[in-house]
Design a protein around this ligand. Sequence first.
Ligand code: ATP
Length: 312
Amino acid sequence: MLAVVPHPVTVRVPSKVNLHLAVGDVRPDGYHDLTTVFQALSLTDEVTVAVADEPGVEVLGENADAVPTGPSNLAWRAVQELARFSGRDPEEPRVRVVIRKGIPVAGGMAGGSADAAATLVGLSALWRLEVTRDDLARIAARIGSDVPFTLYGGTALGTGRGEQLVPVLSRHTYHWVLAFDRRGLSTPKVFTELDRLRDEGDPPRAGAVEPVLEALATGDPRQLALLLGNDLQAAAVSLRPGLRRTLRAGVNAGALAGTVSGSGPTCAFLCEDQEAALQVAAELAGAGVCRTVRVAHGPVPGARVIGGEDAP
Ligand code: ATP
C-alpha cells in the first residue's frame, strides 16, 4: 500500500508591539522580571511546513540572509520540541520549513518567536496531532518567552519573562506605522545596556500597567497614546542614538505617540485612524530616518493555518 504524504501546511503569524514594558531589576540569575502588554499586529510572517526527505529551514524575504538556517533557528527548535513531544526522533524529523519574512529581523517585534509559534501550529496539523493551543503554549514557553504570545495573538498582559499570559479586553482596532531601522539590535545587549544605565543613574521607568488596561477597555487611541511606555527604550536609544530622530519624526508627521518596540530598533507610532496612519507613513518615508516604513493594525489573531490541513 502506498503511504499518503500529507499536503504542506502554511501558517500566518503576527508580530507584536509592546504597549507597556516594565523591566524589573536584574535578578541573580541574570534575568529580569517583566510586566508587559502585548498587541499582535497585522505585519506577519508566513511559514510552510512539509514532509521532506531533505529536512531543514529555508528563509525568504527581506533580510533573509541575517537569519540562521541551522539548529539555532527558532522554527527548527519548534520542530525538535514538537517531535520530542509526539514521540518522534527530534534529531531526524523529516520536515522542511520555509519562512517568508515580513517581520523585521532582530527588530524587537518577535519575528523569530513568531516563526516558532507558526511551526508548532503548522506541524501539529501536518502530523495530525491531538493537541490544544494550551498544550502548544507550554511547548512554546520552552522555546522562548515571546513564543506563547504570538501563538495566541490578540492583546495580552505578560508577566514572568513575558510568557505568563492573561488576555486583555481590547475594544478597538489600533492603527500603527512601523519604522524599520537599517540594522537589527541584539535583545541581550539592550538588556545589558539598561543594567548599565541603571547602575549609572535613573533612566525613566514605565508607570503602572493598570491605566494601560483601562485605556484598552475604553478603546480610545488618544488615551492609550499618552500611556505607551517601554523601559528598554532608553537603552535602545543609547545604543542607537539615531532612534531619537526617528521617534521625533513620527510625532512631527502626525502620530499620536511613538515608542521603541520591545528591544528595538523598530519604532512603532500609534495613529488616530487608518487614514492618519497612511499620511504619517508617507511623510516618515520621505524623512529619510529609517530603512522602510509599514502600516499595520492590531489586535489580530495568533498563528493560524491559511493553507493545507486545519489546526488547533
Ligand atoms: P524579540 O522581540 O523577541 O526580542 P527580535 O524581534 O528583536 O526578538 P528576532 O527577529 O526574533 O528578533 O531575531 C533575533 C535573532 O534570533 C536574530 O538575530 C537571529 O539570529 C535569530 N533567529 C533565530 N531564528 C530566527 C527566525 N526564524 N527569524 C528571525 N531571527 C531568528
